[in-house]
Design a binder for this molecule. Structure first.
Ligand code: VG1
Ligand code: CO
Length: 542
């Protein structure tokens, strides 16, 4: 029943910031997905007879690869797989299932916020037994295996009916199809004050949640409308579609502009939120005010004790390097640790496992805590709802009061998408070459105090990750960071992160792009963005 199929390596299967992401036609090449899945198994040890979780964000090609993964898990000796019904498991829900049932690990099929469809993106990543994304050591080992693979193992079994909840035997292995929502919804109930949130809705609090036709729809419907009593229709675009309705399931001010416009309009609900393709990102917009993700993690950390799951306080806060320093001020006030990691959730795993950090965040709309080992979109939304319900205040009040207490970190990210790879590399190489000569010089009247290429020394396992983003620091604490995206599937994406700290509360309601104007101009002077990319302006500003 088990076949060993000869195959040839593909040389482009290097996992990026979050797993392997490629266009669907690339994944549809003969044995392309099989090679990567077998390489994952080949890089792991000791899973014979153990359980593997399999789920995805429901995008185009999800069902096909799930069938392959099940048949290959059987052939490779797993004892059981747990699959989300319909092939659906949000990334945070998958992380929770891995942890709750103490499984060996999981395979998550997603390209997250990237568009889906026959010509769009697909992705595969492996999460370990702690529920978190494979650390660099493991993704490097997987990549090595992909370069030399010569065969894969697959069981000759019929297609599994993944739409029917229940347990079947196939290929000498147990396949359990589980409800993707129940365990996750219970976890949320255990962390948050559902009574307070329910009462708030009852007394007229209105919200809008946009699932962007991605994976969080069924979760949001169940939790917000059924369990918390938000009015019917609170959740919009809640049906997961293989092509996300033709849109980018990226909850930012460009791709969720309709939500932003609604929240700034005259009849705005009290609170607006959205999540991405695989449910790990969040967009938070209060009535009349957008909350940047960097601010959001700081504000959630500052108020977390209002939620039952965090009533005993936080152990520490971790943020990715490009994320603004707003959270640092909260950590300082709380007297807890603050950790600065490279971009990508895999770097938070050790800090969470070691109990050094409780809340983590990234500027890219990712926030989460030690309840799972992934960022978690709905978790962030529910913590906001919990805080607003207990404080009895609007999001705008919470935000402005936070700025008054801690000062405001003006923050923006400029993305230049699908730049020719050579041109993007040339920009980075040139910048790197002049790093040592920059400190002490001034650009646009701004004095550079330091310039380096960020390297992370993991305080738990001692591993070192180099070249994680170029930082230019200015006198007064402002900074500009440059790095290339590790999640794109065509060309290169240059990300430029710009930040200025403003302690003066009389200057807290400036337009963000204006408040950062001189830094934005300085970034171009220093890196030659326009000349290298040939672009006059960014493709996306968040
Ligand atoms: C981006 C974000 C990063 C995030 C990653 C995965 O990576 O910047 O913060 O962890 O996406 O998020 P990059 O390398 O493109 O900058 V998700 O929601 O796409 O899994
Ligand atoms: Co995502």
């Amino acid at each position: 029943m088990i076949r060993t199929v000869p195959t040839k390596p593909y040389l482009d299967q290097k996992p990026g910031t979050s797993g392997l992401r490629k266009k669907v036609p690339v994944f549809q090449q003969e044995h392309y997905a099989e090679n990567f899945i077998q390489s994952i198994f080949d890089a792991l040890d000791g899973f014979k007879g153990k359980t593997l979780v399999i789920g995805g964000d429901g995008r185009f090609y999800n069902r096909e690869v799930i069938q392959k993964a099940i048949a290959m898990a059987a052939a490779n000796g797993f004892g059981k797989v747990m699959v989300g019904q319909g092939g659906i498991l949000s990334t945070p829900a998958a992380s929770h299932v891995i942890r709750k049932y103490k499984t060996f690990g999981g395979i998550i099929l997603s390209a997250s916020h990237n568009p889906g469809g026959p010509h769009e993106d697909f992705g595969i990543k492996y999460n370990a037994g702690n529920g978190g994304p494979a650390p660099e050591k493991l993704t490097d080992a997987i990549f090595e295996k992909t370069k030399t693979i010569s065969s894969f193992k697959i069981a000759d079994i019929d297609q599994i009916d993944i739409d029917k909840i229940g347990t079947v035997e196939a290929g000498g292995m147990t396949v359990e199809v589980i409800d993707p929502v129940t365990d996750y919804a219970e976890l949320m109930e255990s962390l948050f004050d559902f009574d307070a949130i329910r009462a708030n809705f009852k007394y007229g609090f209105r919200m809008r949640f946009d699932a962007m036709h991605a994976v969080t729809g069924p979760y949001a419907k169940e939790i917000l409308e059924r369990r918390l009593g938000a009015e019917n229709g609170t959740c919009r675009n809640y049906k997961p579609l293989p092509d996300f309705g033709g849109h980018h399931p990226d909850p930012n001010l460009v791709h969720a502009k309709h939500l932003y416009d609604e929240m700034m309009g005259p009849d705005a609900p009290d609170f607006g939120a959205a999540s991405d393709g695989d449910g790990d990102r969040n967009l938070i917009i209060g009535k009349g005010i957008f909350v940047t993700p960097s601010d959001s993690v700081a504000m959630l950390a500052a108020n977390a004790q209002l939620a039952p799951g965090y009533k005993d306080g936080l152990k520490g806060i971790a943020r990715s390097m490009p994320t603004s320093g707003a959270a640092d001020r909260v950590a300082e006030k709380l007297g807890i640790g603050i950790y600065e990691t490279p971009t990508g959730w895999k770097f938070f795993g050790n800090l969470l496992d070691a109990g050094m950090a409780t809340i983590c965040g990234e500027e890219s709309a990712g926030t989460g805590s030690n309840h799972v080992r992934e960022k978690d979109g709905l978790w962030a939304v529910l913590l906001w709802l919990n805080i607003l319900a207990v404080r009895g205040e609007s999001a705008k009040q919470v935000v402005t009061e936070h700025w008054a207490t801690y000062g405001r970190n003006y923050y923006s990210r400029h993305d230049y998408e699908e730049v020719e790879t050579e041109r993007a590399n040339a920009l980075v190489d040139e910048l790197r070459a002049k790093l040592t000569s920059l400190p002490g010089t001034s650009v646009r009247g701004l004095k550079i105090t330091n310039a380096d290429d960020f390297a992370y020394h993991d305080p738990v396992d001692g591993s070192v990750s180099k070249n994680q983003g170029i930082r230019i620091l200015f006198e007064g604490g402002s900074r500009v960071v440059f790095r290339l995206s590790g999640t794109g599937t065509s060309g290169a994406t240059l990300r430029v992160y710009i930040e200025r700290y403003e302690p003066d509360r009389a200057r807290h309601d400036l337009d963000t792009q204006e408040a950062l104007g001189d830094l934005i101009a300085a970034a171009d002077d220093i890196a030659g963005i326009k000349s290298h990319t040939g672009r006059n302006k960014p493709s996306v500003i968040t």
